[in-house]
Ligand binder design. Structure first.
Ligand code: APR
Length: 228
C-alpha cells in the first residue's frame, strides 16, 4: 500500500471551532504564551496553567471532527496513512484515523513532571483536573503537552515518517514553529507534496508542490478526488 503522510496544524481543527494560534483573534492574542505554555509559566503559577488546560479540555466536549478530519480517515481505505499533528486535540482519533503522532502532546493526557513516561489518559469525566495530583512515584502530574522551550520527543518518529512518505500533505499550519516547520527538509525529492491553507504559507521551492488555497474541509475534498 502506498503511504500518505499528512502534517496538520491548527487550521485543520479551525472549522471544528477550535481557534488557531496566530490568526487574528487566535489563542495567542488571548493568552500570553509565557504564562500558559512554558515550563517557567508552570513553575510560576501552576494553578493558572491547570485552569487553562481544563478550559481547553472543556472545549473538546463541544466540538467534533470536521469533514476534513473524516476525509483523512477515509484515505485509509486505499492507503497506509500516518498523521503527524501539531494539534493537541483528539479530533483525528475521533474521526477514525489509526496512526496519529502528536508532536506537541495531547490534551486528553497527563504525565509525571519527573517520571515523564508515566502517562495517564483522561476520560471525558476527568477533563477537569485539580492541581496537586501525584504519580505513584510521588512527583506532580502535569498536562501532557510539549511546552515552548521543551524537547519534542516525537520529532524523530515524524522525521522517519517524512523520509518514507510516498505522498505528503500539509494542512493548516503556518509552518512557523520548529521543529515541525523543518520536517519538509526531510521529504525526499520527487515525492508529491500537497499544501492546503487559505493563506499563503512559506513553501519549499520544488517542482512537485501543489498549493491548494482552500480551507481544510474544501482541500481534503479535493485531495480525495485526486487520490481516491
Ligand atoms: N483550514 C485550513 N487552514 C486554515 C484554516 C482552515 N479553515 N483557518 C486557518 N488556517 C491556517 C492559517 O492560514 C495558518 O496558516 O492554519 C494555519 C494556522 O497557523 P498557526 O495558528 O500558526 O498554527 P500551527 O502552525 O498549528 O502552530 C504550530 O504553534 O503555538 C504553537 O504549539 C502551538 O501547535 C502549535 C504550533
Amino acid at each position: 500500500m502506498r503511504r500518505i503522510v499528512c502534517l496538520t496544524g491548527a487550521g485543520m481543527s479551525a472549522e471544528s471551532g477550535i481557534s488557531t494560534f496566530r490568526d487574528n483573534g487566535g489563542l495567542w492574542d488571548q493568552y500570553r504564551v509565557e504564562d500558559v505554555a512554558t515550563p517557567e509559566g508552570w513553575e510560576r503559577n501552576p494553578r493558572l496553567v491547570t485552569d487553562f488546560y481544563n478550559g481547553q479540555r472543556e472545549k473538546l466536549l463541544l466540538v467534533k471532527p470536521n469533514p476534513g478530519h473524516l476525509g483523512l480517515a477515509r484515505l485509509e481505505e486505499k492507503y497506509e496513512v500516518h498523521i503527524i499533528t501539531q494539534n493537541i486535540d483528539d479530533l483525528h482519533e475521533r474521526a477514525g484515523s489509526s496512526h496519529v503522532v502528536h508532536l506537541h502532546g495531547e490534551l486528553t493526557k497527563m504525565r509525571g513532571c519527573v517520571h515523564e513516561d508515566y502517562v495517564v489518559s483522561l476520560q471525558p469525566g476527568q477533563y477537569h483536573q485539580s492541581y496537586g495530583q501525584k504519580t505513584p512515584y510521588g512527583d506532580l502530574l502535569r498536562p501532557h503537552i510539549v511546552w515552548f522551550g521543551e524537547a519534542v520527543p516525537m520529532i524523530e518518529t515524524a522525521i522517519e515518517l517524512t523520509q518514507r512518505a510516498d505522498i505528503y500533505v500539509v494542512i493548516g499550519s503556518s509552518l512557523q514553529v520548529y521543529p515541525a516547520a523543518g520536517l519538509l527538509h526531510y521529504l525526499p525529492m520527487g515525492v508529491p507534496l500537497y499544501v492546503i491553507d487559505p493563506k499563503e504559507v512559506p513553501l519549499p521551492s520544488r517542482p512537485e508542490v501543489c498549493f491548494l488555497q482552500k480551507t481544510a474541509t474544501e482541500g481534503v475534498e479535493e485531495i480525495l478526488k485526486i487520490l481516491m
